[in-house]
Design a protein around this ligand. Structure first.
Ligand SMILES: Cc1cc2nc3c(=O)[nH]c(=O)nc-3n(C[C@H](O)[C@H](O)[C@H](O)COP(=O)(O)O)c2cc1C
Length: 156
């Protein structure tokens, strides 16, 4: 099985999660972990499972990942299986009622990433998932790398 973990990042935390997911899937086949700025559409060739992730900024994925996914031709992910993840701040920990409301209204990056993957023809394998950072530049909350590994291992 060919597995591609494609990620975007501003401060490096989403890259760490992507690496943890990649390591967790090493026994499932050939795994590549690629930053979207270093990826081209040719990297999708022969991929069986595509896992895409981005930090959540202003409730959305970063523009780099969005632009890459939008550039995939219609039906370009047909026959591919896929899943989406993001990193995000823990609004419970921040304790802001306003932010909690905004997040309820506008959500996180993983959902739109998952929708884009589906709209290009991929079969979505897992519920979109988010992993927490303690502050906007990180670090990741304790245990999130392990949780990301466990999330990814649900892929059969
Ligand atoms: C400009 C900006 C906007 C952000 N907006 C959100 C947001 O809407 N929701 C959220 O949970 N976190 C938000 N964050 C926190 C990011 O999710 C956090 O910086 C990211 O998870 C870190 O991942 P990275 O190191 O891969 O960039 C924002 C951060 C920045 C810098």
């Amino acid at each position: 099985m060919n597995i591609l973990i494609l990620y975007d990042t501003a401060f490096g935390n989403t890259g760490q999660v992507a690496q943890a997911i990649g390591s967790a899937l090493e026994d499932r086949g050939s795994v590549r972990v690629l930053k979207v700025s270093e990826a081209s559409l040719a990297d999708l060739q022969g991929v069986d499972v595509l896992i895409a992730g981005s930090p959540t900024q202003a409730f959305q994925p970063l523009k780099g990942l969005t632009a890459f996914l939008k550039s995939i031709p219609p039906g370009g992910l047909k026959g591919m299986r896929a899943a989406a993840f993001d990193t995000r701040v823990d609004v419970q920990a921040v304790g802001s009622g306003f932010l909690t409301l905004m997040v309820k209204l506008f959500g996180y990056a993983a959902e739109p990433i998952s929708r884009m993957l589906k709209s290009k023809g991929a079969e979505i394998l897992l519920q979109p998932e988010g992993f927490f950072v303690l502050d906007k530049e990180g670090p990741l909350k304790d245990g999130e790398m392990e949780r990301a590994a466990g999330w990814a291992r649900q892929i059969s």
